[in-house]
Ligand binder design. Structure first.
Ligand code: FPP
Length: 242
C-alpha cells in the first residue's frame, strides 16, 4: 500500500539540485510482457509524482534526463512515444502555473519538430518568472555536446577579441552551459541498478553525491526518493577539503 508521503520524515539538510536519470522503463514493461512504450507511460506518471513531491518539500531545482543525444538510435515508435509524452506533459504543465514552477528545457532543441520547439519555448516563457521550483527537462541532451558547444562559443568570443583566453575561468565555462542560472547537482539519482552517469550533466556533477538504486524508474516513487534524501543527508561533503 502507498505510504502517506506527507508524513514521511525529512532530513534537515536537503540538496538544492537533484538530478534524475530515469532508467528502467523498458525493463519494467518487459517484466509485465508489455511494450517498452508502456514503460515510458508509467515512467512519465512517476516523473509527475516526483516533481510534485520535490515541490512540496521545497527543493530548489530538479532535473530529469528525458531524452539523450544517443536516444535517437531507438525505434521510431519508441522515440515518438517519448515525444508524445513530452507534448502531453507540456499541455498539462499549464495546470502547474498556480504552483509557480519554472520549466526549462536543457539540450539541443534544434533537432525537434517546429511545433514541439514552439510548445517548449512557450512554456519556458510563460513560467520564466516563477520561483517556487526550477524544473529542468533534458531533451536531446549530452554532457560532452554541451561542453563542446560552450568551447565553440568561447573560442568565437576570443577570436572576436571580446575575451582574453587568459581570463577564462571555470565560471566562464559554466556561464555557457544550459544550466548557467541553476545550482550544480548536489544529488544524482539513478535507479534500475546501472552504476554510471551516461553523459548526464557531467560538468555540473563534479561534486555531486551519487545514489544508485535497484528499483526501476516507474517504481521510484516519493518514498524511494525519501530514502535517497536520508542517504544524502548522511554523507560528508568536503569538496576536496579535509
Ligand atoms: C530510460 O529507460 C528512459 C528513457 C530513455 C526515456 C525516459 C522518458 C520518460 C520517463 C518519459 C518522460 C516524459 C516526461 C513528460 C518527462 P530505458 O527505456 O532505457 O529502460 P531500460 O534500460 O529498462 O530499457
Amino acid at each position: 500500500m502507498a505510504k502517506d508521503i506527507k508524513n514521511m520524515p525529512l532530513p534537515e539538510v536537503l540538496p538544492k539540485h537533484i538530478g534524475f536519470i530515469m532508467d528502467g522503463n523498458g525493463r519494467w514493461a518487459k517484466k509485465r510482457h508489455m511494450p517498452r512504450t508502456f514503460g515510458h507511460v508509467e515512467g512519465a506518471k512517476t516523473f509527475e509524482k516526483i516533481v510534485d513531491y520535490c515541490r512540496d518539500i521545497g527543493i530548489n531545482c530538479i532535473s530529469f534526463y528525458t531524452f539523450s543525444t544517443e536516444n535517437w538510435k531507438r525505434s521510431a515508435e519508441e522515440v515518438n512515444s517519448i515525444m508524445n509524452l513530452l507534448r502531453q506533459y507540456i499541455v498539462k504543465a499549464r495546470d502547474y502555473f498556480s504552483k509557480e514552477t519554472r520549466i526549462v528545457f536543457i539540450g539541443d532543441k534544434s533537432a525537434f519538430s517546429e511545433d514541439l520547439r514552439k510548445q517548449m519555448t512557450d512554456i519556458e516563457n510563460d513560467t520564466k518568472d516563477f520561483d517556487k521550483m526550477n524544473l529542468l527537462i533534458a531533451v536531446n541532451y549530452g554532457g560532452r555536446d554541451e561542453i563542446k558547444n560552450a568551447a565553440k562559443a568561447i573560442a568565437r568570443k576570443a577570436i572576436a577579441g571580446e575575451i582574453n583566453p587568459d581570463d577564462i575561468t571555470e565560471d566562464t565555462v559554466a556561464d555557457y552551459l544550459y544550466t548557467r542560472e541553476f545550482p550544480d547537482v548536489d544529488l544524482l539519482i539513478r535507479p534500475s541498478g546501472e552504476l554510471r552517469i551516461s553523459n548526464y550533466l557531467i560538468w555540473q556533477c563534479a561534486y555531486a553525491e551519487f545514489y544508485f538504486s535497484d528499483v526501476l524508474w516507474p517504481d521510484f516513487l516519493p518514498e524511494e526518493l525519501n530514502k535517497a534524501l536520508h542517504a544524502y543527508a548522511g554523507r560528508s561533503r568536503r569538496f576536496g577539503g579535509v
